[in-house]
Design a protein around this ligand. Structure first.
Ligand code: KG4
Ligand code: ZN
Length: 335
């Protein structure tokens, strides 16, 4: 049995989890800072770092207690060290280093994107690579060929805004507030996805959401300038349909081209109801198996970090006491 403590503080969730053999979640504690950042319409990095400091020890203690595991029974401490907000990452990295040193157990660095993918291993204990995964979050959007637990090829990526960022900005212009993704998703349920023809820019398996975001902003501002009333639900539904069309078509085409018969989705945007249903029906129509984690494992959490940490731990990946937080994405780093 391997018990891994996972720690995640890359953005606005302070999270800790204990998993058993990387597949069974014994505890998954998430302290969400969302209500705090809502006041400002987005994540304020300095506030996020300070709140992580306030909560991290409490969250770790709760995760161990809920899992009924003592610190001495842990086999390793896994922590998100990239990518993310540097000050926020530093809190998790510093605490993980101190914790691992104090209990004299290995420290295992984890890439946050690798963590998102690993949420699928928890949701589907029999899932094994190879498969193609869409990872769409607030900061990054990628289509990846998962060749092995720690071996990934990038097949496609956003050339500008991440999918979640586009959702958040479209939601803001519609006056929905932060966090925009889930609110826009809800509003879109009562709208007509065919009402407005928004662009669907992509090239090969790469895609771009900056133009789509601008099209939504222009649509709303033009109507405001003319004093015309817009149907917000139609705008939300049409925007969401455009994002999902691009993500689904590119992911399914990439899987077929690479001869892979399984598709997974991951990251905060994988919580989107249209993305989940459209990806499932397109995958099925193309004879591909479809995998998607439950919503609480799509958005940031530490169970996914603990699971990815388990595979890194087995592979002998270790962090030393000079491990640093790295804000930029580098999919190849510890993968
Ligand atoms: O993975 P995540 O929790 O944090 C990052 O690593 O960025 O993703 C957060 C992003 C935000 O942009 C949020 O608006 C988006 O995921 N999101 C959604 C939904 N739930 C969260 N976007 C669309 N529909 C949703 N239901
Ligand atoms: Zn994330």
């Amino acid at each position: 049995m391997s018990y891994i403590l996972g720690i995640e503080t890359s953005c606005d969730e302070t999270a800790a989890s204990v998993t058993e053999n990387g597949r069974t979640v014994l505890s998954n504690v998430v302290y969400s800072q969302i209500p705090l950042h809502t006041l400002y319409g987005g994540v304020v990095p300095e506030i996020a770092s300070r709140k992580h400091i306030d909560k991290i020890i409490y969250v770790i203690d709760s995760a161990l207690k809920e899992a009924a595991i003592t610190a001495q029974e842990l086999d390793a401490v896994a922590v998100t060290y990239n990518p993310g907000l540097v000050g926020a990452l530093l809190v998790g990295v510093s605490v993980a280093k101190a914790y691992a040193y104090a209990i004299d157990k290995p420290l295992v660095p984890v890439n946050h994107i690798q963590g998102h993918i690993a949420a699928n291993y928890i949701a589907y204990p029999n899932l094994e690579p190879p498969f193609v995964s869409l990872v769409a979050s607030g900061g990054h959007s990628h289509i990846l060929h998962i060749k092995d637990y720690r071996s990934f090829d990038v097949l496609g990526a956003t050339t500008d805004d991440a999918a979640g960022e586009a959702f958040d900005k479209a939601a803001r212009v519609l006056g929905l507030g932060y966090p925009g993704g889930p609110k826009l998703n809800k509003l879109a349920e009562s709208g007509n996805p065919q009402a407005i023809k928004f662009p669907r820019p992509h090239k090969g398996y790469d895609f771009s959401f900056s133009g789509l975001k601008t099209a939504v902003i222009n649509y709303v501002h033009t109507a405001q300038q003319k004093g015309e009333k817009i149907n917000s639900a139609d705008v939300a539904a049409s925007f969401q349909q455009a994002v999902c069309d691009v993500l689904v078509n590119n992911t399914v085409s990439a899987a077929k081209k690479h001869g892979v018969d399984k598709i997974a989705i991951a990251g905060g945007v994988a919580a989107n109801s249209l993305l989940r249903s459209q990806m499932e029906s397109e995958a099925t129509a193309n004879g591909l198996e479809f995998y998607c984690p439950p919503i609480n494992l799509c958005t940031d959490n530490a169970a996914m970090i603990s699971c990815a940490g388990y595979f890194n731990y087995l592979a002998g990946i270790r962090g030393e006491l000079d491990l640093n937080a790295v804000p930029q994405l580098s999919i190849g780093d510890v993968l």
